[in-house]
Design a protein around this ligand. Structure first.
Ligand SMILES: [Zn+2]
Ligand SMILES: [Zn+2]
Length: 251
């Protein structure tokens, strides 16, 4: 299942949506933490500002990452999600003057991106009961990534052909959505780890790491598109059924 306790809040920036940390209104999406803080309606915090606040204090006195508002601990999965987000070179759109929307890259330079990934990597290793961020034996095997990509690609293909042939019931679609959420979750978490591995220049085999990353993201995008398609299909079907029902009631 998709984790619902954290996420990126894409609500457009408008006054008084000011970031709790930098007091600024624009400059990136907000990060909703496990405790609920960070979203636009509860002490909003920019993703970048949240990451900077996770920076351990000094060399001798390191602290695990915490919510800047309530000091609740931040878990490793959230940090991996954010690493994935940073790696993606996201652009954001926010309202500018004269109702013209302004699109801007969240992360302006590779150096800034590197800084954020370093902080995330350090913060990850400070989370209690989490192993130091090193690739596992599994993650050092090329087959591991190929299997994951194949699984995602096969599932996407199967679901798409199922939709085209219109052979799914609503129950089937619900099951497929859960399947998609499962693999998407797996890929997202892996993408976060890969983002940090790449930052540490851990390139496995003679494999083009960026290519691997691009394929993972492409698989995820494909899964998302399919999910959207499934939802639209379902809504249309429901509407048709409701109309049919209404038609039967009114002679
Ligand atoms: Zn901020
Ligand atoms: Zn909090």
């Amino acid at each position: 299942m998709k984790r619902i306790w954290n996420g990126f809040d894409t609500t457009p920036h408008t006054h008084p949506d000011e970031c709790t940390i930098c007091m600024g209104g624009s400059g990136g999406e907000f990060l909703r933490l496990t405790c609920g803080h960070g979203a636009h309606d509860l002490y909003p915090i920019h993703v970048t500002c949240a990451v900077l606040s996770f920076s351990p204090v000094g060399d001798d006195y390191k602290l695990p990452p915490r919510c800047p508002v309530c000091r609740a601990t931040v878990d490793a999965d959230t940090l991996l999600d954010v690493a994935n987000y940073v790696q993606q070179n996201k652009t954001i759109t926010f309202p500018g003057d004269d109702d013209e929307s302004v699109e801007q890259s969240v992360y302006q330079s590779e150096a800034e991106k590197g800084t954020l990934l370093s902080i995330l990597s350090d913060a990850h290793d400070m989370v209690p009961d989490v192993e130091i961020l090193d690739p596992s034996n599994e993650e050092l095997s090329l087959k591991y990534y190929q299997d994951m990509i194949n699984e995602a690609e096969n599932m996407t293909r199967e679901i798409q052909s199922g939709i085209e042939e219109r052979e799914y019931t609503l129950e089937d679609l619900e099951q497929k959505e859960q399947d998609i959420a499962f693999i998407e979750d797996k890929i997202e978490r892996m993408s976060g780890r890969l983002a940090l591995f790449a930052h540490h220049n851990w390139v496995f085999f003679e494999f083009n790491f960026q290519d691997l990353y691009a394929r993972l993201i492409a698989s995820k995008d494909s899964l998302e598109a399919t999910t959207k398609k499934i939802r639209i299909e379902r809504e249309e079907k429901q509407r048709e059924e409701e109309e049919e029902h209404h038609h039967n009631l009114v002679p």
